[in-house]
Design a protein around this ligand. Structure first.
Ligand code: XIL
Length: 318
């Protein structure tokens, strides 16, 4: 019995975790990740991003991505492939290339076609476009938006669909987990892709939450349903719930409630297909390096020890 077996018993496709190549040499870590009772799905934290895959124009390097894809295959885990078009971890030859509209479209579609074809048949989901929105729901001024306009998004989905018709294609973002301008913006992206006649299957709620200000179960459910009403499936794709460190007992109590609410929201929405935590141990969480003074965001501590209260909150929420 574990987080994944419970999710599957609740009718979901998986409970999973992000991981990264450098972590896999840690044998105790690898044993935990490979435990399919807890993790039926994995996401590469970095090794399928543009800077890793196509560091210079037309030069594709798949070794690290293949390690994660092959691990999923060996373990019988689903693979969420992440991510094709994103303003961050984008090599400077793209962001500073000063390409014209037609050339950047060609560069973007070539990147997508090459990468999606390489992993064809292995990706349960593809995060096709990541974080295209500002907090107010307007389009982020990425090189793609500035050069191509909003059409870059449906063009990206069309290229991905052509290269692997079996992969489910997702738009993925943060701060779209409850109603608001940014969630409305994400719903508008779904409509935009549909209006172009391109294919989109789902929307990923990253869910990088903060202890005590995680949206309620009801708010998350209502928000997911707004996407479902547009014909989408949804997934919680990068869940972690950070606290000021060292975490207080009061914050642990809040975190237990927040994890439970998030998992219960996914359980309650039929088309929420699964929940992924953004790695499973504080030892390899991205939080302390980006949000200084914060951490303790995951269900296992920095010594790979299960936090019983957090773990059982997730388990019983399923
Ligand atoms: C993070 C990784 O976990 C870090 O290792 C890396 O340094 C930066 O990116 N939203 C996303 C993820 O979609 O790709 C990010 O992952 C976290 C925020």
């Amino acid at each position: 019995d574990g987080l994944n077996t419970r999710a599957v018993a609740a009718g979901k496709a998986y409970f999973g975790s992000a991981t990264d190549n450098g972590e896999l040499t840690d044998t105790a870590y690898a044993a935990g990740l490979n435990n399919t009772a807890d993790f039926g799905q994995i996401t590469p934290g970095n090794s399928m991003k543009w800077d890793s895959i196509e560091p210079s124009r037309g030069v594709f390097s798949y070794a690290k991505g293949d390690v994660i894809a092959n691990l999923a295959k060996a373990n019988g885990q689903k693979l969420r492939c992440h991510t094709l078009v994103w303003h961050s971890q984008l090599p400077s030859w793209v962001s500073n290339g000063n390409f014209d509209n037609a050339t950047l479209i060609e560069i973007m579609t070539n990147h997508i076609t090459n990468e999606v074809s390489h992993f064809k048949g292995q990706c349960y989901h593809w995060d096709v476009v990541n974080e295209a929105l500002n907090e107010d729901g307007t389009f982020r001024e990425s090189v793609f938006y500035k050069t191509v306009g909003p059409a870059y998004i449906p063009l990206a989905f069309a290229a991905a669909a052509a290269a692997d018709p079996a992969a489910k294609l997702y738009y993925n973002d943060y701060n779209i987990e409850s109603a608001g301008l940014k969630s409305t913006g994400a719903q508008n992206i779904v409509k935009l892709v549909q209006q172009y006649g391109a294919h989109i299957d789902g929307v990923g709620m990253q869910a990088h939450f903060i202890v005590g200000s995680t949206p309620s179960q009801a708010a998350q459910e209502a928000n997911m349903k707004a996407f479902v009403d547009l014909g989408m499936e949804v997934a919680i794709t990068e869940l972690d719930i950070r606290a000021t460190t060292p975490i207080s007992d009061a914050d642990v109590a809040k975190q237990v409630v927040d994890y439970g609410n998030t998992v219960r929201a996914c359980k309650a929405v039929e088309r929420c297909v699964g929940v992924t935590i953004w790695d499973w141990t504080d030892k390899y969480s991205w939080i302390p390096s980006v949000f200084s003074g914060q951490g303790s965001a995951l269900p296992w501590d920095g010594d790979l020890k299960k936090k019983d209260a957090v773990y059982s909150a997730i388990l019983s929420a399923w």
